[in-house]
Design a protein around this ligand. Structure first.
Ligand SMILES: *[C@@H]1O[C@H](CO)[C@@H](O)[C@H](O)[C@H]1NC(C)=O
Ligand SMILES: *[C@@H]1O[C@H](CO)[C@@H](O)[C@H](O)[C@H]1NC(C)=O
Ligand SMILES: *[C@@H]1O[C@H](CO)[C@@H](O)[C@H](O)[C@H]1NC(C)=O
Length: 726
């Protein structure tokens, strides 16, 4: 019989052949024969051993009967009497594990019948190697198995027996196991793996060992089996974070849901033992709302609004847990980086409002504070006023600014300011904010009332009604309320020694000037008053203006005849020479009018005469001239009635009588006397003449003085024309 890998060489067998004659009792022969001999190998010479004649074997029809076996294995060579192997004997097939393996034959001879027992003892040879039941033995050993743990390996079988069977085992040198060899009750040897060094699945997931079983034959045979140890996981590993401390930075304006960091923890274990879930360690409610952690992926994301200005660094503890509850921790420092997300905030710390308009330039009127919650450059703030206003910001301590005036202010020009303060930080892009400060100026009585005109003129017609208004003055004061309320009054003064208040009065509120009494142009023609406008400030301011009052004339005076004396009052006779020629001046009527202008422009007319046509009168000169030569036939006494009229509307007039005596001789005066007064003496006539002469001289003198006065008058005016020297 052939086993895998084994064959016997015939020559070896031939040499090894050896016959062993045990004993021949009862004519029986026992042979010991090695198994596996080649066909034809001689086991023994039966004829010789049984004492038979080999030559007669044929004749006696010698044959071998086999007891109880289908196979014969041996034959007799009838020629030689040798018993030879006819079929290769395989002890193992024949006898298995029995120690004694015999084949029993009966040799039958005829003539005479003879029966011999022939026993063939089949000896084992080491023709089988130890053989393990399987090619691969597998063990699943949990890595938590402790030192000394035993794992028995099914014994190896060797079909051979005795020494040729398995004698020992050897285990290939390895890191973990040693071998213990035991003998089981069936005296079979088996090996046991003893754990000598503990296993670590995470280091080595499987261990391959080669176990060799050796028998005791010569030559020795061996069989091996591969022992495959699969190291089973035990939850002996905590999850391990890739870093103990994670440091990340996130801009504060990172949108919700954006990834901050992904933490990773690796658990060397397998399956559920190696399945890591993440969670936060002890965490404040606030942080819990700020960050979310995906338990599966370890993604930490932003879940709430972060604010650098609240907290610039967050510390989180995270936990990694495997399926059976082993945990480990790591820290995450999340640094929030500043983003320019805060505009500067301008706050008004103090403000003087309103400020008096007379503050000096450089005066501090307010204090402003500017705060930017960002950091670094995002916090640097520039502060300025954009408008063109007389204010500026002066940096003061830290982020304080003083608002100061830069020039003089005038409430009457600009009464309030909207000051817009803009603060811009230096972030990119910069943020800015502005604040408008409303500042008003309070009034100071710094403006006196100012009259609308430099001076005023008022014209009043004489004989006016007392109380009539003459003119009105107006002064303006731009100041506020009582500081700008104007009250008018007359400055006390005299007009020709009379207080002005007896002529005029002024309405303190309206500035309307009234007359107090009736004026007479002929008394005075103009005068000046000063009107004062005063405000109600404290102290008050005032200014004054001159009002010139001109009184205009009214024709309220009739002409007055100065020469000749009015009729009836005196007797005046003018001497006219008898030889007076045409055009010669014989007399002159002198009249005055207290009025002026047209009202005083006099004209003369002869309304009645003794001899009309003899004399004429100059219309405006009042000169009486001869209209023709005087002749002897003319009456000696001539009488003229002269009317003097002014040019007013309506005009006024006066009349007078002029007596003319045509004579060359004073001797004729009595006639004159007779003519004038019926019974007056000569002496009286002389006295009258002397008186007339003196009066004429005196009147001429007065007229001259009047003429001089009128010449100095501003407005050229019609004067009475009677300034003629007589
Ligand atoms: C200031 O602002 C107020 C309100 O916005 C406005 O009524 C006022 O006219 C402004 N004054 C000036 C001087 O611009
Ligand atoms: C008038 O001016 C004075 C200072 O000259 C000031 O004290 C006062 O408040 C002003 N009055 C008003 C109504 O503004
Ligand atoms: C009137 O005004 C003038 C200047 O305008 C001033 O010099 C004078 O003192 C004033 N008179 C009075 C009484 O206020």
């Amino acid at each position: 019989m052939e086993y895998k890998g084994f064959s016997f060489s015939a020559s070896l067998l031939g040499l090894a052949l050896f016959l062993f004659l045990l004993h021949t009792s009862y004519g029986d022969v026992t042979y010991s024969v090695l198994e596996e001999l080649k066909r034809g190998s001689v086991v023994g010479n039966i004829a010789k051993d049984l004492g038979l004649d080999a030559k007669r074997l044929m004749y006696r029809k010698a044959r071998l009967d086999v007891q109880g076996s289908s196979k014969r294995y041996c034959e007799i060579n009838l020629n030689t009497g040798d018993m030879v192997i006819a079929e290769i004997i395989d002890r193992e097939q024949l006898c298995g594990r029995r120690i004694s393996c015999t084949l029993k034959y009966e040799m039958v001879l005829e003539n005479p019948l003879e029966l011999h027992n022939i026993i063939l003892q089949v000896q084992d040879i080491n023709d089988n190697s130890p053989l393990f039941g399987e090619d691969i033995v597998t063990f699943d050993i949990r890595e938590s198995a402790v030192k000394g743990a035993r794992f028995s390996v099914n014994p190896a079988h060797d079909a051979d027996i005795g020494l040729n069977a398995v004698q020992s085992y050897t285990l290939q040198r390895n890191d973990h196991f040693i071998l213990a060899v035991h003998t089981n009750p069936g005296s079979e040897k088996y090996g046991e793996l003893v754990l000598d060094t503990e296993l670590d699945r995470e280091q080595k997931q499987e261990v391959t060992l080669i176990l060799t079983a050796v028998d005791g034959g010569t030559p020795q045979r061996s069989g091996t089996v591969v022992i495959h140890v699969t190291v089973l996981d035990a939850n002996d590993n905590k999850p391990v974070f890739s870093e103990n401390v994670y440091k990340v930075s996130v801009p504060e304006n990172a949108p919700l849901g954006s990834l901050v960091v992904t933490v990773t923890a690796i658990d060397a274990d397998e399956g559920a033992n190696g399945e890591v879930t993440y969670g936060f360690g002890p965490i404040s409610e606030e942080l819990n709302q700020l960050f979310s952690l995906d338990p599966k992926t370890g993604d930490i994301r932003i879940a709430g609004q972060m604010d650098f200005e609240d907290e610039s660094i967050h510390e989180l503890r995270i936990k990694a847990k495997d399926g059976s509850g082993l945990t480990s921790f790591a820290k995450i420092f999340i640094e929030i980086t500043d983003v320019n997300d805060n505009a500067p905030v301008i706050s008004l710390k103090s403000l003087t409002n309103p400020i008096p308009e007379n503050v000096l330039p450089g005066r501090e009127v307010g204090i402003i504070n500017v705060l930017d919650k960002d950091s670094g450059g995002n916090r640097q703030v520039r502060c300025f006023i954009q408008q063109n206003v007389p204010f500026k910001l002066n940096p003061s301590i830290k982020n304080y600014y003083s608002l100061i005036t830069t020039s003089e202010l005038d409430r009457e020009i600009i009464s309030d300011y909207n000051i817009t303060i803009t603060a811009t930080d230096e972030g990119s892009p910069p943020l800015s904010s502005s604040k408008t400060i409303h500042l008003s100026l309070s009034d100071v009585n710094d403006n006196p009332p100012v009259f609308e005109e430099q001076s005023y003129s008022a014209y009043v017609t004489e004989n006016n009604k007392p109380g009539s208004s003459v003119c009105s003055v107006t002064a303006r004061d731009p100041d506020w309320r009582q500081n700008g309320t104007v009250v008018y009054s007359l400055l006390p003064s005299d007009v020709g020694g009379v207080p002005v208040s007896s002529f005029l009065s002024i309405n303190g509120d309206t500035g309307v000037i009234h007359t107090v009494k009736s004026f007479d142009y002929e008394q005075f023609r103009n005068f000046k008053v000063h009107v004062v406008a005063r405000d109600n400030g404290s102290p008050p301011l005032s200014s004054n203006v001159t009002v010139s009052v001109f009184i205009t004339d009214e024709n309220d005076n009739s002409p007055q005849i100065l020469y000749p004396a009015p009729a009836g009052n005196s007797l005046m006779t003018e001497m006219v020479p008898k030889a007076a020629l045409t055009g010669s001046l014989v007399s002159k009527v002198i009249a005055v009018d207290a009025d002026s202008g047209q009202n005083a422009w006099l004209s003369y007319h002869i309304v009645k005469s003794t001899d009309p046509g003899l004399f004429t009168i100059g219309l405006h000169s009042g000169e009486i001239r001869a209209q023709r030569d005087i002749s002897e036939s003319d009456s000696m006494n001539q009488n003229l009635v002269i009317s003097v009229k002014d040019n007013g509307q309506p005009s006024l007039s006066t009349t007078c009588d002029v007596y003319l005596l045509i004579s060359d001789n004073l001797a004729e005066v009595p006639e004159l006397k007779d003519m004038a007064y019926e019974d007056s003496s000569k002496l009286t006539s002389y006295l009258i003449i002397a008186l007339v002469s003196v009066s004429t001289f005196f009147l001429t003198f007065i007229i001259l003085i009047l003429a001089v006065r009128f010449c100095h008058s501003r407005k050229p005016r019609m004067m009475f024309d009677g300034a003629v020297a007589i």
